[in-house]
Design a protein around this ligand. Structure first.
Ligand SMILES: Nc1ncnc2c1ncn2[C@@H]1O[C@H](COP(=O)(O)OP(=O)(O)OP(=O)(O)O)[C@@H](O)[C@H]1O
Ligand SMILES: [Mg+2]
Length: 223
């Protein structure tokens, strides 16, 4: 289990104010909320890529992989982008694994292409492949399919779910897609103004929200 307490200010503004938010091992959590509600900041705090007041318990020595909201690619081949985090002495086996991943993400035809010349959606799928080439205990994905078309979104979700089944990894991801939260998540965490306003089982939160903020956030999807 991991537990985070975090308070983050930019200038005078508190953008994250979280008290003892817990995540159980092997479960899938969706972070939802409006633009600026603190989803990315929470993931950044969990990944410890920003300074904040508070702490993250239970992540010491564990392997965390974090995919930021803006996907990046190194100016080298797509295949080399995917194997970038792999230890050099295992590069031959890892390369075979990376090729299989690229195939399952329908990217194999691009494996020799320079990744800096990919489309936004292709870059995002390559970034996902880079996350999934090695086993991790925790995966933190910030809007992993924001740039993807419907078919690529569903393919990526399948690859991701297969990875979770094989590794028992815990997934925490931010999304603006309620349908995606329903497909993937065991639990949903709703953020508003940097605070958790509601959390619970996916169906419960999305079908029968208890909090007014959650209710008005979800209503916009029926427009
Ligand atoms: N580096 C920064 N400097 C100043 N303010 C920041 C910085 N990063 C984030 N913020 C502010 O913190 C607040 C929370 O931002 P965050 O990126 O966590 O929101 P979000 O829920 O991920 O939004 P989105 O749905 O647009 O991705 C926003 O109001 C944002 O403007
Ligand atoms: Mg964000």
């Amino acid at each position: 289990m991991i537990e985070i307490t975090a308070r983050k200010k930019y200038g005078d503004r508190v953008v994250l104010d979280i008290d003892k938010l817990r995540f159980e091992k092997g479960r899938v959590y969706a972070l939802i909320g409006t633009n600026g509600s603190g989803k990315s900041t929470l993931l950044q705090a969990l990944a410890k890529v920003i300074d904040f007041k508070g702490d993250v318990k239970g992540l010491t020595g564990k392997d965390v992989a974090y995919m930021p909201q803006k996907s990046f690619a190194f100016s080298t081949s797509v295949l080399a982008n995917v194997t970038a985090p792999c230890p050099i002495h295992r590069i031959f086996t890892e390369r075979a694994k990376a090729k299989r991943l690229l195939k399952s993400l329908a990217l194999d035809h691009l494996s020799k292409k320079n990744a800096s010349r990919l489309s936004g959606g292709e870059t995002q799928r390559v970034a996902l492949a880079r996350m999934l080439v090695a086993p991790h205990d925790f995966l933190l994905l910030d809007e992993p399919s924001a740039s993807l078309d419907v078919e690529s979104t569903l393919i990526s979700e399948e690859v991701l779910m297969d990875y979770l089944e094989r590794t028992g990894c815990t997934l925490i991801f931010a999304t603006h897609s309620i349908a995606q939260a329903k497909r993937l998540a065991d639990e949903v965490i709703v953020l508003d103004g940097g605070k958790v306003v509601e959390r619970g089982f996916t169906d419960q939160v999305l079908e029968n929200p208890e909090n007014d903020k959650t209710r008005s956030f979800l209503e916009q999807f029926n427009r």
